[in-house]
Design a protein around this ligand. Structure first.
Ligand code: NAD
Ligand code: DAU
Length: 361
């Protein structure tokens, strides 16, 4: 079996559902259930005998060592993290705690457990740490995409905390020989993404006629990957990646934020007929820029393509269409995650003026 941390979040829940479609191996999901963790994301497999959920913190060494001893998983896939850049700017403490201290404590626990193994269990064991392209900082428009050896230059408390955790993971490999694998992936999108991130925020706001808040001039570039493609890459790295190696994962889909938002408006115009809010494009609203906003990310994914024979299955056009359709089909899910604490965040971060209903008819 395998142990996944952060499996109730966006990527983790997609990973677990897809894992069970591709394998008969049991998955243990260890998740603290922060605001971003939602067991509804896993409702379709909650009764599957191959799925075990444990609520808890990756930093709780007693709990984690008990789980490792009891279940003896062949791999740990670490997806647990605080993941939202804007929240890290408002309050970095939780990011330091989970992404740095929590990862350190998890490494300590996993390392101690790994030392008790022998034979195939020991040499086949893997610790897969899921990281981000944000650790590399920002690219100028003419610069080549990030390779695995690009220097680390994080800009936000979030990316600095992820960079720090990456260094710890590499140190546990180099110093103690722990068989680690690391991935640095670009921006994911798809079903079950919490509506604080660009794409689901824009879709969910537009559906109720609220402003679509674009930071600064909207010309910042991100490299987008449909979440299933990230999950298939993680499975491939787990099975055939070489311990101690890092693999960049990306979809070769560099897009300006404003172009993404325009695409969402166009898709909604096509798919929601008649439109209850008139022209969605009129909802686009430029707001104050994110402090320290990285202007461009781009992933060079040739290593994973060449060495592990992985390629994404979705184009951006197919993935964004599926995503918009998923949010249209799952409005109960949207309503259920937009709880009181979510609304509080929106008011705190964007201010009431942008987010009060600004329906255009
Ligand atoms: P998410 O915020 O949707 O989910 C994070 C999950 O981790 C939640 O279920 C939360 O409850 C859980 N969690 C948080 N702190 C925990 C703790 N201390 N112990 C146990 N569980 C805890 O995040 P996501 O977008 O699914 O990202 C997952 C991972 O992938 C993160 O490490 C993130 O840095 C990385 N990543 C994300 C993206 C992206 O575009 N979303 C891209 C590249 C890498
Ligand atoms: O690159 C990988 C990273 O992608 C992951 O490591 C992070 O966990 C994930 O959150 C994401 O980080 P970003 O900061 O790129 O994602 P976000 O969706 O917050 O923002 C994407 C872009 O859209 C960014 O340039 C900021 C902009 N934006 C975002 C929001 C929420 C807006 O213009 N308006 C908004 O309201």
């Amino acid at each position: 079996m395998i142990l996944v941390t952060g499996g109730a979040g966006f990527i983790g829940s997609n990973f677990i559902r897809e894992w069970l479609m591709h394998s008969n191996e049991t998955v243990i999901n260890l998740d603290k259930l922060t605001y971003a963790g939602n067991l509804q994301n896993l409702a379709s497999i909650s009764n599957d005998s191959r799925y075990i959920f444990i609520q808890g913190d990756i930093g709780c060494q007693e709990l984690v060592s008990g789980l490792l001893e009891q279940y003896c998983p062949r791999a740990v896939i670490n997806l647990a993290a605080e993941s939202h850049v804007d929240r890290s700017i408002h309050g970095p403490g939780e990011f330091i705690q989970t992404n740095i201290v929590g990862t350190f404590q998890l490494l300590e626990t996993v390392h101690a457990h790994w030392l008790t193994l022998d034979g195939q269990a020991k040499c086949g064991f893997r610790f897969l740490h899921v990281s981000t392209d944000e650790v590399f900082g920002s690219l100028e428009s003419e610069e080549a995409a990030f390779t695995e050896t690009h220097r680390y230059q994080p800009s936000s408390p979030y990316s600095a905390s992820k960079a720090s955790s990456d260094h710890l993971v590499n140190a546990y490999h180099k110093t103690y020989g722990l068989p680690t694998l690391m991935t640095n992936c670009s921006n994911n999108y798809g079903p079950y993404q919490f509506p604080e991130k660009l794409i689901p925020l824009m879709i969910t706001n537009a559906l109720v006629g609220k402003a679509m808040p674009v930071y600064g001039d909207g010309r910042q570039i991100r490299d987008w990957l449909y979440v299933s493609d990230h999950c298939s890459a993680l499975r491939r790295v787990l099975e055939t990646g070489r311990p101690g190696e890092t693999y960049n994962i990306g979809g070769w889909n560099e897009k300006r934020n404003i172009d993404i938002v325009q695409t969402i408006c166009a898709l909604l115009q096509e798919l929601v007929v008649p439109s209850p809010v008139g022209d969605y494009h009129k909802l686009i609203t430029y707001v104050a820029d994110r402090p320290g906003h990285d202007t461009r990310y781009a992933i060079d994914a040739r290593k994973i393509e060449r060495e592990l024979n992985w390629k994404p299955a979705e184009t951006f056009d197919s993935g964004i269409r599926k995503t918009v359709q998923w949010y249209l089909d799952n409005q109960d899910w949207i309503a259920s995650v937009q709880t009181g604490s979510y609304r509080q965040w929106i008011d705190q971060h964007y201010g009431r003026s942008v987010h009060e209903n600004t329906a255009v008819r």
